[in-house]
Write a protein that binds this ligand. Structure first.
Ligand SMILES: Cc1cc2nc3c(=O)[nH]c(=O)nc-3n(C[C@H](O)[C@H](O)[C@H](O)COP(=O)(O)O)c2cc1C
Ligand SMILES: [Fe+2]
Ligand SMILES: [Fe+2]
Length: 406
């Protein structure tokens, strides 16, 4: 395999030895439309060091890439920046095959790895800010708790000025090009936003701490090398992705209102379309997302930089429709903030759906500006006029909230 899967040179002594997962589409509830990569990095210093591994099913590819430049048994150290299995799945096999002198992780990382695997060696715990001498270069570890898990840390390679950031600054994007500047900017923007929204949005406070910590460390960074997707290597790209994280963590609202809904016989859908017309009339950009055609992970991507959220459902068996229960469970866990909000829906006799959606919005602490808008069965032209006005009202409240957020 090593003649097929080669390590990709980043510097003379730094190689990408990860794996490309072209096929994956479902990543714990997240639609990974463009696949992903699991990145691992090989540093050929006096102490040969492997930064992270890959998903267990991709270990052959990682070993082949390593073997294309060095006998894997020559690896002295393995650093585990993050214990989640997309980065640690191949670790047990790596330890068995390589028999490294040491495996490094944070205290929480050592604990989590022990709770995932029956590892044949002890993990050496590294402290926050600790530096490890690799001979011809050195690396420093910085804990980045809850970015993504309690065990997460980043590793900085001084000589090459590379910051290995595990999940942070990553995206799910399969490809053989290793650098962000080799991809289409629109794709990068969408996939980086989608990754943040779906994996990190609810951890904004921890993202802020990570950004503050990196600023305080005052590192010269030539590359940000995450564990998924391409490496950021131009000063513009590095500044942009850090700036994006800072903007996303603030969840700064914009003049976009997302309307998420589901409908059995089209009445709630008609309401949604009339609300959309009102939103546009009121001066905001409306984005209608029917749950029969949109994926929950694309919905939260749109919510991340919205200024308003309107949710609608027909009532079905005294409840909201199942697709709305799905998206509200998922989006609720990601704790969207700074949104003007409203609920609506068509019903026959009891009409719980829009009330339950309203309660969901209120539970998230969003700025719900009005009672739920309900229509009995099929909306007539008066009902549609009311829906349109509802959209105008939401638009005005959204624009007013932007002024408060400037
Ligand atoms: C399977 C099913 C279950 C329903 N259960 C309820 C219910 O429990 N309470 C209620 O008010 N309406 C209920 N309805 C009536 C719908 O809410 C009503 O037909 C509504 O107009 C459908 O809106 P839609 O066209 O957006 O699907 C039910 C309809 C169906 C088809
Ligand atoms: Fe993770
Ligand atoms: Fe990951």
């Amino acid at each position: 395999m090593k003649d097929t899967f080669k390590a990709v040179k980043i510097f003379d002594d730094v190689y990408w030895v990860g794996a490309i997962d072209w096929d994956i589409r479902h990543f714990h509830g997240y639609l990974t439309s463009r696949g992903t990569t699991y990145n691992a990095f090989l540093i050929l210093t006096d102490k040969v060091t492997l930064i992270d591994t890959v998903k267990a099913s991709a270990s052959d590819e990682m070993f082949a890439r390593i073997a294309s430049v060095i006998d894997p048994e020559k690896i002295d150290y393995i650093v585990s920046n993050h214990a989640e299995m997309d980065h640690s799945g191949a670790l047990p096999e790596a330890i068995k095959r390589i028999q490294p002198e040491k495996v490094f992780a944070t205290k929480m990382g050592a604990k989590a790895l022990g709770q995932h695997f029956d590892l044949p060696c002890d993990i050496t715990i590294v402290g926050d800010g600790e530096t490890l001498d690799l001979g011809s270069d050195k690396i420093t570890f910085a804990e980045t708790k809850m970015c993504h898990w309690p065990d997460s840390m980043v590793t900085y390679q001084h000589g090459r000025q590379i910051l290995y950031t595990q999940d942070a600054f990553g995206m799910h994007l399969a490809g053989l090009e290793r650098y962000a500047d080799e991809y289409d900017q629109t794709i990068l923007d969408y996939e980086a936003t989608k990754y943040y929204a779906n994996i990190l949005m609810h951890l904004a406070g921890f993202i802020d701490k990570t950004l503050e910590k990196l600023t305080a460390l005052n590192l010269d960074i030539s590359m940000i090398a995450p564990d998924h997707g391409p490496i950021w290597r131009t000063p513009e790209d590095i500044a942009k992705i850090i700036g994006d994280y800072s903007r996303w963590s603030a969840q700064k609202p914009t003049d976009k209102v997302v309307v998420v809904y589901d409908s059995m016989w089209g009445s709630t859908a008609k309401m949604a379309r009339a609300i959309g017309e009102g939103l546009s009339e009121g001066g905001v950009k409306a984005k209608l997302m029917s749950m029969s055609s949109c994926h929950r992970s694309d919905v939260v991507t749109e919510i991340l930089d919205a200024g308003g959220l309107v949710v609608g459902s027909a009532t079905m068996n005294n409840n909201m429709q199942p697709a709305m229960a799905d998206v509200t469970t998922y989006a609720g866990g990601l704790k969207p903030r700074n949104l003007v909000a409203g609920a609506f829906g068509s019903y026959g006799w009891s009409g719980e759906a829009s009330k339950n959606l309203q309660a969901w919005l209120e539970g998230l602490g969003l700025n719900v500006i009005t009672d739920p808008l309900r229509v009995n069965y099929v909306p007539n032209s008066d009902d549609l006029a009311t829906c349109r006005q509802f959209g105008i009202d939401i638009a005005k409240a959204t624009l007013a909230s932007l002024q408060g957020n400037e």
